[in-house]
Design a binder for this molecule. Structure first.
Ligand code: PFF
Length: 469
């Protein structure tokens, strides 16, 4: 007998969960430093263009693939055309690899909540050293990573409406409230105006080809596209839901949170005369510095910031674990419990390797990179863009136009006035645009053997997935 497939309990629940997937380290950690490195306002304008044209249209495509089949990533592509099964497999594999390092960073965020109260803020000069020593420590970050992973497992094992949806409904509003609070504090500091100018006044002299690449890559990562995550979340949606509208809401929320994170960080950063292009250390080094300089209340604000970061990371990593889990449930007939524990255990191993690669195991490399960088570069620079391009090609060239139109208007019940424009985007514009970004990104990888490994892996999946899945 066929098991009843799980579903989201409510529309709000779905939106909070999908926004929870989108809003993550990408928004609060990566967006501010990428904007900082690329000239601020001008980068943000280009980013907004990519998000609402390419990103939104790909998200609509992913939702359609998932809901029209009621199957998670692998099964969904397979059902239309088994030659395309590998796109789903690639997504599941990408999710697994991102989950190879994301919990390490999630664990750092948890640790920094506690550290905010236990002396981190007492010496401004010591903050960078504290971070370096902490991430290279062989024990401490592992414990926090395990706590973070345990939270993921506890949520996903409870299922769609019982776990993921409930968590999103509580955690997302909490995150939003925390960021609003921090933003108000940040803009009310004396000297904050320079930070707002940096964000809002575009300086086009800093724009070049790389700015576009950074903006498109950021748009994909931030919206959780190209990984099968939105296909999987879409597969639990009911027939009545308006897909383009939901995709628009999720995209808007994701963008709002990224902008809020910018407003929370840059005005304070400028107020204290710090460097906006500080790179990936921005959150863990610059943010505590900002708050330490603030004095007494700074401790609370620092803790709040890292709670927000941990919450954002958690609702995203849950979607990655779910994408992997759903494959074993849908395609392998496994129980949810078994699939979650099995994958959770595998992720414990990958994250231990990733965490140790920043310290005692820094000499151990795989295809020229430490484990942390291996997982990061492989997904961020290779799998993600190619995955997004393939999803777009799939919707434009494999799915039938009338099937899509039916899916996106719920058989004519709802309106989607931009359908034809969307279809041209998905069929022609996106694949071409993403292709160039993917190529540029791939050739920028300095570890040649890793680049070749990534491409060979994709080719192998394309050839063998049909049999494996
Ligand atoms: N969108 C998440 C972030 O911004 O941190 C990261 C992510 C989650 C990417 C889920 C891909 C994914 F499938």
């Amino acid at each position: 007998m066929q098991q009843q497939r799980e579903n989201w309990g409510s529309r709000l629940g779905f939106i909070m969960a999908a926004a929870g997937s989108a809003v993550g380290l990408g928004n609060i950690w990566r967006f501010p430093y990428t904007a900082g490195e690329n000239g601020g306002g001008a980068f943000i304008l280009i980013y907004l263009g990519f998000v609402f044209v390419i990103g939104l249209s790909v998200m609509i495509a992913e939702f359609s693939v998932g809901r029209s089949t009621n199957l998670a990533a692998v099964g969904a592509f397979k059902k239309y055309n088994s030659n395309w099964t590998f796109v789903g497999v690639l997504g599941v594999l990408s999710s697994f690899f991102i989950m190879g390092f994301y919990p390490v960073v999630g664990g750092w965020a948890l640790a920094y909540i506690v550290k905010s109260f236990t002396g981190l803020m007492s010496s401004v000069e010591a903050i960078p050293g504290v971070f370096d020593a902490f991430i290279g420590n062989p024990v401490e970050p592992l414990i926090w990573m395990l706590v973070f992973l345990a939270l993921n497992i506890a949520i996903v094992v409870k299922g769609i409406s019982g776990g993921i949806e409930k968590a999103g409904k509580v955690l997302m509003p909490l995150l939003f409230a925390l960021l609003v609070l921090l933003s108000i504090r940040s803009v009310s500091l004396p000297g904050a105006g320079a930070g707002l100018d940096f964000l809002l006044k575009p300086d086009f002299s800093k724009v070049n080809g790389e700015t576009f690449l950074a903006a498109l890559g950021q748009a994909f990562f931030s919206l959780s596209l190209g990984m099968g995550a939105m296909v999987t979340y879409g597969s639990y949606l009911s027939r009545e839901e308006n897909l383009p509208q939901n995709a628009f809401i999720v995209t808007t929320l994701d963008t709002l949170v990224a902008l809020l994170a910018g407003v929370a960080i840059f005005p304070a950063l400028f107020a204290f005369g710090l460097e906006p292009a500080a790179g990936p250390g921005l959150v863990f080094v610059v943010v505590p510095t900002i708050f330490a300089e603030m004095g007494g209340l700074g401790t609370i604000f620092s803790a709040l910031f890292f709670i927000a970061l941990a919450v954002a990371a958690l609702t995203s990593s849950v979607s990655l674990l779910e994408t992997v889990t759903a494959y074993f449930i849908d395609q392998r007939g496994m129980s949810r419990k078994k699939a979650v524990y099995l994958m959770g255990a595998a992720m414990v191993v990958t994250n231990i390797l990733a965490s140790l690669s920043l310290g005692v195991m820094s000499g151990v490399t795989i295809f020229g990179a430490g484990f942390f960088d291996f997982f990061d570069i492989l997904t961020d620079k290779i799998f993600l863009a190619i995955g997004g391009m393939l999803v777009s090609l799939f919707a434009g060239w494999v799915m039938k136009k009338d099937v899509l139109e039916k899916e996106l208007t719920n058989g004519g019940e709802t309106k989607f006035g931009l359908f034809n424009i969307w279809f041209v985007l998905v069929k022609y514009v996106n694949p071409i645009a993403i292709f160039f970004v993917a190529i540029a990104g791939i050739i920028s990888i300095t570890q040649t053997s890793l680049m070749i490994f990534g491409l060979v892996l994709i080719a192998a999946l394309a050839i063998f997935s049909k049999k494996l899945a």
